[in-house]
Write a protein that binds this ligand. Sequence first.
Ligand SMILES: C[S@@+](CC[C@H](N)C(=O)[O-])C[C@H]1O[C@@H](n2cnc3c(N)ncnc32)[C@H](O)[C@@H]1O
Length: 263
Amino acid sequence: MITPAEIKLNNSIIFGTFFRNVESEDGKIVYRGDTAICRNDIYFPDVIDFLDNKYKNTSKVNVVMHACSDGEEAYSFLSVLLAQLKEKAAKFLPLDARDIDLNHLRLAKRGIYNITKSEYEIANESLNGNFYMFFEPMPSLGSKDPRLKYTKTVKVEHSLKSLVKFKQADIIEDVKHMDLKNTILFARNFWPYLPTNRVVELADLLSEKADNSFTLIIGDYDRVIVDLLRDKGFVEIAENIFEKPKNLEYDSRIYDYEYNSIY
Ligand SMILES: C[S@@+](CC[C@H](N)C(=O)[O-])C[C@H]1O[C@@H](n2cnc3c(N)ncnc32)[C@H](O)[C@@H]1O
């Protein structure tokens, strides 16, 4: 049976992405990115506060970042995690970052990015002014894309790179074999890439395997699946963050969040 959420999803055929060209000296496009440093649909310091609190009594937490694209999201999360939690970050490491696309993963392992002024400002603010502890300035790669004004080209610090393991994988095949206990799954700004039947398959798989120690984090472009996630027993516990509680009635945080979002 098709649910209203699935019908809504079927109609969402347009998926806008933030993208930019990175060009070589002679103006050839080296790659086209569709992600950002500290993409501002979640605020990493708040997400990390939430995770720190949720897992305060857990000694090891698995963090899997799927659809990680060219790695900017992975390095953003890791840098804020280290800056904010210091030695307490260890139980969240290493970060398993995965994407279906080998070209994106090649760029992720390279870790060199052109960034805009606003990306730098959000990242530097999220890192308490310590942006350059994690991202080294380097000579500009340049770009002729008139829509974006890059201010900096940066290279991810070696120590940050060593904390992430990039691997190619299809999220659905991966989730089939994944233990979701004490696991955080970032699956952000990618759901509309999947055909509807695969979206439902993934939501079903997560719902069957998850308990309340699991956390799912989505992006603004994924809001079309929120009703579907609710149909599958997930609740939005903070903006773009979902859990599958044991007992809906007795989790006051759900009502607090929903009350605050409505009023
Ligand atoms: C718009 S990017 C999202 C990047 C990042 N998560 C963010 O929010 O900025 C979407 C990514 O989804 C990846 N993707 C698409 N289908 C996938 C699948 N079945 N399994 C894993 N990754 C997939 C694409 O290769 C692409 O890198």
